[in-house]
Design a protein around this ligand. Sequence first.
Ligand SMILES: [Mg+2]
Length: 196
Amino acid sequence: MIASEPGGDALVRPVLLVDVDGPLNPYAAKPHRRPEGYETHRLLTPRWEAAERRRLTAAGLPGRPVKPLRVWLDPGHGPALAALPFDLVWATTWQEEANAFIAPVLGLPALPFIRWLSPRPEPEPGSGVFWKTPEIVAWAKGRAFAWIDDEITDADRAWVAEHHAGPALLHRVDARRGLTPDDFGVLERWAAGVPG
Ligand SMILES: [Mg+2]
């Protein structure tokens, strides 16, 4: 574990792994009722454009222009995340595009991000374990982490408890509301209890 390495920095902080769709972009809110505090962005990222192009081509509409992705973001979330006692890391299918498209809107610097295996690995069938979970544990290498994501379940908590040696908080965020002050409170309290 990084925090206990001889001569290691005693101020190593836990990592906060940040998902975009759900915690920052409450995509599951009612389509025509943007949640309070959020602003609408229409983003044409290379990955979204390529996926939509494939979808349209498969649907027999190869010439149709790709519509940008509607994303709701709360500009208050950047400063609130930056103020937490964590090192921030993206854990999102946006990967490097989170730095190009999301971080600037929120006023965050470019952050490290987890590059997922491609094609996406499948955890044990029927286990209910989210595909990100084993990859996150492999990436963390025992370092303390909190993870905010709208797809976390108890199956993921059980998997992490069995496979990860360090402290971990798997905190599910409601994709209809995005991150709330309560979520930030949970993260702060958890970080305060992690041995430094
Ligand atoms: Mg998500």
